[in-house]
Design a protein around this ligand. Structure first.
Ligand code: COA
Length: 383
C-alpha cells in the first residue's frame, strides 16, 4: 500500500442557501478544492461523493453521474457513497483506499447535502434509523439522542448545564469561522431556555438543518510535494459498524462503533489519544459531543460532562475540539460533514485557520458517525 496525502481542501458557506442548487453547490466545493491543490480537473482520475439522501431532499438520484457531468469531469469514474451522516467520512476513506491501493493517482472526495428545499426534513433524516423498530414508532433523531442523554445523566451525573456548555463552546468557535451557519455566541442560559425539542434537549442542543458541500484532493504521498509545500499526510483511515437501533446495544451511553474505529485508527497511526492536538468530532446533538470525547479516549467514560465544564475542549484547553464550530454551529449538511471536518483539520495542520487556529497543531483527528452510531469513521492526519 502507498502512503497518501491530502493536497487541497475546501468548504462552501454552510447555511440555508436558497440561491444555490444542489449541483452548483458541490461543483463550487470541487472547484475550490482543485484550485487549493494547484491542479486542473483533467488531473483527476476518480471521484467519490458522500451524500445521504438527495433523493428525498431534492428528488435527485444518480448523483455521481449528475456531478461528473455538471463538473465537466466525464468520463472519470464517480461513485456516490452513503452511510447516513457518515457519508462524507466514508467518501474520504474510499478515496484514500483508492489511492493507497494504486488503483487511482489523483482523487477528489467530496460531500454534499441540500436539506432546506423541503418543508419537513425530519422524516427524511429519520430514514437513517431502524425503520421498523424506531422511525415507524415515531422516534426521530432528536428523541433517540435525548434517550442517550437521559441515560448518561442517570449513570454518570452529567448535568443539563454541561450538555449546554458543549453548544456554547461550539458557537464561540464558529463566531471565528466565516463559513459557519451560525456565527453568534450563546450562553448556557440561552441553551436551557430555548424551545424544547426532545427532553432534555432544546433547540440549541441540536445541529441545524443545513445546505453545504466540501471537497478534498488526495494523491500518493510521494507525489504531494510536486503540488504543495504543505501536504497533509493520512496516518489512519478507520471505519467500524455498530447496531443501527438503540435497543440492541449493551449500553446506550457508549457508541461502540466510535470506540472501535478510533482504536483501529490509533493503532494504524501509531499514536494515542494524548497525541491528538485538535479534533473535529460528530456532535449532532450536545450529548454526542460528550459521548465522542469519551469514546475517542480523550477522557474516561462518564467524565465527559465535567471535562467540558472545566474547559478541556476549549481552544486553549488540553484537547481543542471542533474549532470550526462543529455540527452544532458550523452546520450539518449530512453527507458533507465528514469532508468539512477533514477540510478544517487540514487548515489547522497547515496553520491556515486564522482566528480559530490551534497553535502548533501537528496531529488532528476527524470523527464522523452515521445515525446513532451504525457507522463510525475516524481519520488521523498529520503535517
Ligand atoms: N441551532 C440554532 N438555531 C436554530 C437551529 C439550531 N439547531 N435550528 C433552527 N434554528 C433557528 C432558525 O435559524 C430560526 O431562527 P430565526 O427565527 O431567527 O430565523 C429559528 O431557530 C426557527 O427555525 P426553524 O427552522 O423553524 O426551526 P425548527 O423548529 O423547524 O427546527 C430543529 C429546529 C432543532 C428541530 C432542527 O434544526 C433539527 O431537526 N435539527 C436536527 C437535525 C438532525 O437531526 N440532523 C441529523 C442528526 S443525526
Amino acid at each position: 500500500m502507498r502512503d497518501v496525502a491530502i493536497i487541497g481542501a475546501s468548504q462552501t458557506k454552510f447555511g440555508e442557501l436558497w440561491d444555490v442548487s444542489f449541483r452548483d453547490l458541490v461543483v463550487e466545493a470541487g472547484l475550490k478544492a482543485i484550485e487549493d491543490a494547484g491542479i486542473v480537473g483533467d488531473d483527476l482520475d476518480a471521484m467519490y461523493v458522500g451524500n445521504m439522501s438527495a433523493g428525498l431532499f431534492v428528488g435527485q438520484e444518480h448523483i455521481a453521474s449528475l456531478i461528473a457531468d455538471h463538473a465537466g469531469l466525464t468520463p472519470i469514474p464517480c461513485a456516490r457513497v452513503e452511510a447516513a451522516c457518515a457519508s462524507g467520512g466514508l467518501a474520504l476513506r474510499n478515496g484514500i483506499m483508492a489511492v493507497a491501493s494504486g488503483f487511482h493517482d489523483m482523487v477528489i472526495s467530496a460531500g454534499v447535502e441540500k436539506m432546506t428545499d423541503i418543508v419537513d426534513p425530519t422524516p427524511a433524516i429519520a430514514t437513517a434509523s431502524d425503520q421498523e423498530w424506531e422511525a415507524q414508532q415515531g422516534v426521530t433523531f432528536p428523541s433517540l439522542y435525548a434517550m442517550m442523554a437521559r441515560r448518561h445523566m442517570y449513570e454518570y451525573g452529567t448535568t443539563r448545564e454541561q450538555l449546554a456548555m458543549f453548544s456554547v463552546i461550539n458557537h464561540k468557535n464558529a463566531s471565528k469561522n466565516p463559513l459557519a451557519q451560525y456565527q453568534n455566541t450563546i450562553t448556557v442560559d440561552q441553551v436551557l431556555n430555548s424551545s424544547k425539542v426532545a427532553d432534555p434537549l432544546t433547540l440549541l442542543d441540536c445541529s441545524p438543518v443545513t445546505d453545504g458541500a466540501a471537497g478534498v484532493i488526495i494523491c500518493p504521498a510521494e507525489d504531494a510535494k510536486k503540488y504543495t509545500d504543505t501536504p497533509i499526510y493520512v496516518k489512519a483511515a478507520a471505519q467500524a459498524s455498530g447496531t443501527i437501533a438503540l435497543h440492541n446495544r449493551r449500553d446506550i451511553t457508549t457508541i461502540d462503533s466510535s470506540v472501535n474505529a478510533s482504536r483501529k485508527a490509533y493503532k494504524m497511526a501509531g499514536v494515542g489519544p494524548k497525541d491528538i492536538d485538535v479534533a473535529e468530532v460528530h456532535d449532532c446533538f450536545s450529548i454526542n459531543g460528550i459521548l465522542a470525547i469519551e469514546d475517542l479516549g480523550f477522557v474516561e467514560k462518564g467524565k465527559g460532562g465535567p471535562a467540558v465544564e472545566e474547559g478541556m475542549t476549549e481552544m486553549d484547553g488540553e484537547i481543542p475540539v471542533n474549532p470550526s464550530g462543529g455540527l452544532k454551529a458550523r452546520g450539518h449538511p449530512l453527507g458533507a460533514t465528514g469532508i468539512a471536518q477533514a477540510a478544517e483539520i487540514v487548515k489547522q495542520l497547515k496553520g491556515e485557520a486564522g482566528k480559530r487556529q490551534v497553535n502548533g497543531a501537528e496531529i488532528g483527528m476527524t470523527h464522523n458517525i452515521g445515525g446513532t452510531g451504525g457507522t463510525a469513521v475516524v481519520h488521523i492526519l498529520s503535517n
